[in-house]
Write a protein that binds this ligand. Structure first.
Ligand SMILES: [Zn+2]
Ligand SMILES: [Zn+2]
Length: 147
């Protein structure tokens, strides 16, 4: 029996075309040989039992998946409620928060001004240092070449 024929004719009746493939082992079976229950078609009672059992397992997995999806949804809902509560709280304490923010902002501005001054001072002194070094080098060169 070649592979090609075994794919299209019944496992038990080589002259009869296969009606369905076994849900468990994928063997081709004819209308006489097929064992079916609850919409599942199999080549034997053993395969049918296995198919029914595995369907129960699959159903269980699906149910668990749905449960976990529901849990995830619930978690998202809780997070949303917490965020809304925080937003409401923030709205309630809007003015003190704004004042705090303004204070912080003016302080930051002061600080940045200070820092800017410091940076400028540092830059100036560095430039002075560079100028002094330059002058020194020029003086040395002038001495060296007798200028
Ligand atoms: Zn089978
Ligand atoms: Zn058959």
């Amino acid at each position: 029996m070649s592979q090609k024929i075994s794919g299209s004719v019944c496992l038990n009746h080589p002259n009869v075309p296969a009606l369905a493939h076994c849900a468990t082992c994928r063997k081709p079976v004819c209308a006489d040989c097929v064992k079916s229950a609850e919409g599942i078609q199999c080549c034997s009672d053993v395969c049918l039992q296995n198919a029914l059992a595995s369907r129960v397992v699959v159903d269980d997995i699906m149910r668990r998946k749905q449960k976990s999806q529901f849990k995830a949804l619930l978690r998202r809902l809780v997070i949303l409620i917490v965020l809304l509560a925080l937003a409401a709280l923030a709205w309630h304490y809007k003015e003190p928060l704004q004042n705090l923010f303004k204070q912080g902002k003016s302080k930051a501005e002061e600080l940045s001004k200070d820092l800017g001054g410091q940076v400028k001072g540092a830059k100036d002194s560095y430039q002075k240092e560079l100028d002094a070094k330059d002058a020194q080098r020029k003086a040395k060169q002038q001495k060296k070449y007798g200028l």
